[in-house]
Design a protein around this ligand. Structure first.
Ligand SMILES: *Cc1c(COP(=O)(O)O)cnc(C)c1O
Length: 231
């Protein structure tokens, strides 16, 4: 692994990955990257700082799309970079000062307000997600359910591919077909509808962002839609 990191400047990780939901062994990769002289950045958007703390695992930089769980209400675009490394901080701050890429005060306020309920929203989204992955295991419309065991993002793969997945995303009443995620409302998206999505992602994969609604309402809506995607 050290060899694989040689010549790298940053080693960039996303864990869990979007939308395949694979996990990286952050500690092992970070140790190898450091040995090879690279620094490590982790996109921690899916896990949130409550479920995964990469800085405590030796990672140099953590990035968050604050647009997602941190703000939590699908009404702001903002990002955050976190580091405990003084040198990296100075480089980033200098770049920000020169380029002027600072957040607007209103956006900052929305994220700050959202973060006051982050623990409640993450707890509920995760509980809902864990319940939902238990239920459809043997539904005939489903080929696969991917869930890393924590967090509120689940990916399901429709057995009959793109057409069935498109059908699903248009058959629900509660789940909204949308690209963004991490809000209080449940959203989902067939990722391969975008040409830029990696061809390694199955055509029939639908990424669910499980919100904080009543899990029975979420399941009823999803199951009814899945029932309409068989055959
Ligand atoms: C949405 C997202 C981004 C991009 O964030 P924006 O706030 O939309 O610019 C980056 N990484 C992950 C994992 C995301 O979900």
């Amino acid at each position: 692994m050290v060899k694989a990191c040689e010549d790298a400047a940053p080693v960039w990780l996303e864990s869990p990955t979007n939308p395949a939901l694979e996990l990286a062994d952050i500690e092992t990769i970070t140790a190898a990257a450091h040995e090879a002289g690279a620094y490590v950045a982790v996109d921690n958007t899916f896990a949130t700082p409550l479920l995964q703390t990469p800085l405590a695992m030796g990672v140099d930089l953590v990035v968050h799309s604050a647009t997602k769980y941190l703000a939590g209400h699908s009404d702001v675009l903002l990002g955050a970079i976190c580091t405990t490394d003084d040198e990296l901080f100075a480089v980033l701050k200098n770049r920000r000062d020169l380029m002027g890429a600072i957040p607007g005060p209103f956006e900052a306020r929305l994220v700050l307000r959202g973060m006051r309920t982050l623990h409640l929203r993450v707890e509920r989204s995760q509980a809902n997600a864990q319940e939902l992955v238990r239920r459809p295991a043997d539904h005939p419309a489903l080929g696969e359910v991917r869930y890393p065991g924590f967090g509120g993002i689940v990916s399901i793969v429709l057995a009959q591919g793109a057409i069935a997945a498109d059908l699903l995303t248009h058959k629900t009443k509660l789940w909204v077909h949308a690209t963004s995620l991490g809000g209080v409302e449940s959203t989902f998206e067939r990722r391969r509808r975008w040409k830029a999505e990696a061809p390694t992602i199955p055509e029939g994969l639908v990424r669910l962002s499980v919100g904080v609604e009543d899990v029975e309402d979420l399941w009823d809506d999803l199951r009814t839609a899945l029932d309409g995607c068989v055959g």
